[in-house]
Ligand binder design. Sequence first.
Ligand SMILES: Cc1ncc(COP(=O)(O)O)c(C=O)c1O
Length: 536
Amino acid sequence: MVSSSLFNPSFSTLTPKPTNPTTKRKNRLAPNVIACTSSTYDSSSPTTSTNSHPPTAPPHNHSRRNAEENIKDEARRHRSASGCDSRGFMARYVPFNAGFDSAEWYSLDDIVYRSRSGGLLDVQHDMEALSRFDGAYWRSLFDSRVGKTAWPYGSGVWSKKEWVLPEIDPDDIVSAFEGNSNLFWAERFGKQYLSMNDLWVKHCGISHTGSFKDLGMTVLVSQVNRLRKLNRTVVGVGCASTGDTSAALSAYCAAAGIPSIVFLPANKISTAQLVQPIANGALVLSIDTDFDGCMKLIREITSELPIYLANSLNSLRLEGQKTAAIEILQQFDWEVPDWVIVPGGNLGNIYAFYKGFKMCKDLGLVDRIPRLVCAQAANANPLYRYYKSGWKEFKAVTAKSTFASAIQIGDPVSIDRAVFALRNSEGIVEEASEEELMDAMAQADSTGMFICPHTGVALTALIKLRRSGVIGPTDRTVVVSTAHGLKFTQSKTDYHSGAIPGMGQFANPPVTVNPDFGSVMDVLRGFLKSNRLKNK
Ligand SMILES: Cc1ncc(COP(=O)(O)O)c(C=O)c1O
């Protein structure tokens, strides 16, 4: 048994008890949360109430906090007044795919990224404890916290705190109230290009640093903050990045006053992505290699120096990222979509989505999970090749240059997690050529979105699966948009200005016109006669 001396929980509650499923359901508690407002309730204190009618929304405290208090002070005061801060839920690291009776486990306060055999780790929650509350209770609790500024539950990630990092003190959390991202009904794109009426885009990139990475980084940096308060030797946090991880890491570290160090492949990320860690005060190393080369270096460095590793090899990140899946269900009023399409590079996110959906099913919030599609750029497609081989042989590839630069990864760290997620969700893997992904991005933008090239990869997968009839016209489908389009203006500019040889089917270049009435009128007359208006 390997465990930290700082944290030595008895994990007896994690050992599955041989329970009759019917009895177990009857024993589920619907705790009385009346004493704790949505801003203060920490349900890690399961009561033994027999209230069989869980409230749809806990009562609100409308009184304004004292002027000298901040929101953390206020939350602390409420917790101690209501006695709602005792902890009953637990989580720990176990080797990936280990059962509940795994002999190898680690405290989340341990600094460990790999299992003893060198495999991946996973955060395993005490499902027995969580399942003492029924699905209706969790749905109601999560719904009651959406969109508030109560610390820390106003965050889309921390509104699910009990399922993320149950034991962290809210005072240690570093949050930018991330999550709660827009689920966009792609009415026109769906109708015009796909004859679909129930197509949605989950805009995870409309976020603090412009990508879904914020969801995981709030969790990881919060845990580092906790470790430093526990006087653990962590001098800084480091990552290799294709742009978005470094942006998120540097922002959350800057907010907490923790040094960050980022390894970036030189000339392979967008200017907007590069300037983010620079502006946030990170030590930025621009290295003449690709992402896989940076990843190798950061792993070597973090095993030598007390720098905490922030890549998604670190399973803590996925705990935050999985909340996007829970949020999707929540936004559909807990109805399960048929398909969820996720662009994949290092392949942590596809597993995070699976885990979020699976926990909702296992804890009775929904009765099934959606089918998952992982979409890769054809220039960086090791998962696609593996899938096409019938999962027979995985071979890392040397990733070629792609406009979807954040997924230009040839040797994905989370390959085993991705395969597990896809095999257990009747999953599919698709790929997109450079032209396909850029055209899909331009088509989507022309219907009012402003998406990143990675979302173009996911939309290409959707277009292909619609064309082949795998996805039906009325299937409720969610495409996960992973970053904000404003990070990728150069590739959009190049596409629309015809600067990319052989591309530009949907280009909309600006018209250069002389500054006089006649010239402007000539252009407008031509425009009014053109087919472009008829197509609208
Ligand atoms: C914008 C964007 N999309 C997709 C991905 C792929 O996510 P993952 O590496 O978890 O597969 C990343 C991260 O690398 C990203 O930054």
